[in-house]
Design a protein around this ligand. Sequence first.
Ligand code: ZN
Length: 469
Amino acid sequence: MLRSAVLAVSLLVGPAAAQTLALTGATVYDGTGGAPLAAATIVVEDGRIACVGPACSVPEAAEAVALGGRFVTPGLVAAHVHYAQTGWLDGRPDSQIGTDGVYDYDALQASLEADPDRWHRAYLCAGVTAVFDPGGLPWTLGVEAGTAGSTTRPHVRAAGPLITHYEPIFPILSAGGEGTFLPMSTDAEAVASVRQLAAMGARAVKVWYLDPPPSQRDALDARLLRIGEAAREEGLPLIVHATELENAKAALRAGAAMLVHSVEDAPVDDEFVRLAGAAGTVYAPTLRVGRNWRRAVASAALGVAVEIDDPNGCVDAETRRVIAGAPALRETLPDARRDARRAFASLVAAGHEEARMAANLARVHAAGIPVVLATDAGNPLTLHGPSVYAELEAMEAAGLAPADVLVAATRNGAAMMGRLGDFGTVEPGKLADLVVLAADPGASASAFRSITHVVRGGALHAVADLAAE
Ligand SMILES: [Zn+2]
């Protein structure tokens, strides 16, 4: 109990950042893609980096921390997370597996809105110092305000409600009289939805573009172009969920600044690469979220508790509790949803889908399209915080060099958020948002699992102090 009280206080006010901090002796990967700096010193003054490199001298007044044998990188940027989701099926009443009536979605949303520190702490603990939330209930737009200037919370930016043509979803993901979605059933309505997002303070215009029926494709593709124009008029980036090649191309033609998922149905082709290059599109692969969804559904269908991937104890007790409820959840499901053959077939399909996504990521990266670290955390079994590790490893397994994975997870994410002037690289003038690792991230993306410390705005945190109870 004592530790919980101390942590709660520290999350509210934060440890004061030392006026001057000097990290000495580490090998620094600065996030620019250049060669690592051996035996480097990083001097931090008033939360920002004043000097980095082997030649920096340690100011006399500095609090010096010796990091010989350790590795330092910029803090990780997770470019696709959802604060209105939990990492379990309770946050997705649209899952259609028969959990209707099991969870109280209104109460869940009220609790998530009241306690964004639940996810803030998990992210900082995992080494993530900035997140982008591309879609959720309107309250998610208010999370950013509590993070500005903080040394204990990641930077947060959010897109708020999503525009979609798939109207059956509207009542399912509503809570407290508010909705997660805005309509686009006519051109005028689509433009009005963009204007509404701008008025709400959304940081992007997100379109949830599900595979349209053939009879509606031309009209909807044209409407997506109109939404892109309206977003540009509002000075907001267009970001699109479009996971099939043809729909992703429609998004690129509309000027999408980010595709929030991989193309998963077919190999990307020359036209896709050309359109993405012309639009300056960023590619967010989310390689593991599909497998994790299916694992969650299978665990409920089979009544088997699942192991969570949380090497440093960052996942909070409530999240662990609700996930551990899978065996009890099985008892509430209709018989058709407890079918083992169906569950295994779904997991096999996830493997095929992952192979297509990995090949597409390799092609996109080789073509010079910027890639970011994106987990889609908050979806079932893609956990806020530590889900970044498996995603980084999946990017490496797809063929990206560890050094390229590092740049995707830091500089590219900061650029996507429009914040590269403030963070994303270890350079003088930037905020001191850093992670300290025991293993070498230039050798393997798995090194991020060996995190020992996080620096946010110049305040040094031991990961052990950020861990959950
Ligand atoms: Zn998402």
